[in-house]
Design a protein around this ligand. Structure first.
Ligand SMILES: [Fe+2]
Length: 298
């Protein structure tokens, strides 16, 4: 195969067809990788997780014996995949991971992740400046909700395929540098975060990987006002509402997690246990790096 072939170029349909065929030949979702010792995953487990990330942009894992404090094991797991450059986050713990649980008081309760409300389809950090985009993400269920709290997962490269197959002009529109704008965050007359203007899809400099910047929110996001962009945004919503076999709906059990190249994801609403000690607790880490297997850490 021509090494300069770029499957994400609209001018290289042959490379796209070959890449697409390989991608769709995979089973829609990777199986869960069981990790016997969270503090010391085996080389085989790590290689399997890496392969799943290569094919699906995500991998599912399960700590067979979930640790009381999973944060050191999660941080270490990320390091095995070159996930080191954590995105600064006001809500992060010392480990750099963010505990996601319902918070009744304080500054966090304005943000939907810290409530029991549903979160629509998005990629993480879509509001970040373009030079600080999130390419890797780790999500871990320490304790599930009493009821609900189902995660939806969809490899963003599958979303790319579904749109390009319908109309390549939609891809062109979503790659435009002004396709998708997040207005500035202004509180009390102060600009806390400037506006972020950028594409939805970007291709890595080597042409091998796709990055997606997206939120299905209709408030606080501005799509470029032209026909192709509007149609593309609507087509994404149609895809999410479809029964596409590549959309995974999964309620993670305690000890289960996802390592990903910041794929599309969502969360349904949930009901917590009345016992505060049994509230839903997730841990999340966001990285500027994408997943790559570091062989020599073994
Ligand atoms: Fe998220």
């Amino acid at each position: 195969m021509n090494t300069s072939a770029n499957p994400f170029s609209l001018y290289d349909d042959r490379a796209y067809r070959e890449w697409r065929a390989r991608k769709l030949a995979e089973p829609p979702q990777p199986p869960v990788v069981e990790i016997a010792d969270p503090a010391n995953p085996s080389a085989t487990d790590l290689a399997t997780l890496a392969r799943h990330c290569e094919h699906h942009n995500f991998a599912l894992f399960r700590f067979c014996e979930p640790p009381a404090d999973p944060q050191p094991a999660l941080r270490q797991l990320g390091l095995h995949f070159g996930l080191n450059d954590l995105d600064a986050n006001l809500c992060a713990e010392d480990s750099g991971l963010t505990e996601i649980t319902v918070k009744d008081t304080g500054t966090d309760n304005r943000y939907i992740p810290y409530t029991d409300r549903p979160i629509g389809w998005h990629t993480d950090g879509y509001y970040n400046p373009m030079h600080q985009q999130i390419h890797g993400m780790l999500l871990y269920c320490h304790r599930p909700a009493m009821e609900g709290g189902v995660n939806g997962l969809l490899d963003h490269e599958i979303a790319y395929i579904r749109l390009r197959d319908q109309n390549p002009e939609w891809i062109r529109a979503l790659m435009a540098p002004d396709a998708f704008t997040i207005p500035p965050n202004i509180e009390g007359g102060m600009e806390i975060r400037p506006a972020t203007v950028g594409p939805v899809f970007t291709v890595s400099p080597d042409g091998r990987h796709l990055h997606m910047r997206y939120s299905a929110r209709s408030r606080n996001v501005e799509w470029k006002d032209d026909t192709a962009t509007r149609e593309a945004a609507a087509a994404l919503l149609e895809l999410f509402a479809s029964d596409d076999p590549f959309i995974l709906e999964r309620r993670l059990a305690a000890g289960e997690g996802v390592i990903s190249n910041n794929i599309l994801h969502r969360r349904s609403g949930f009901t917590d246990s009345p016992d505060p000690a049994r509230k839903r607790v997730y841990f999340r880490a966001r990285y500027h790096d994408r997943v790559r297997y570091i062989h020599d850490t073994q």
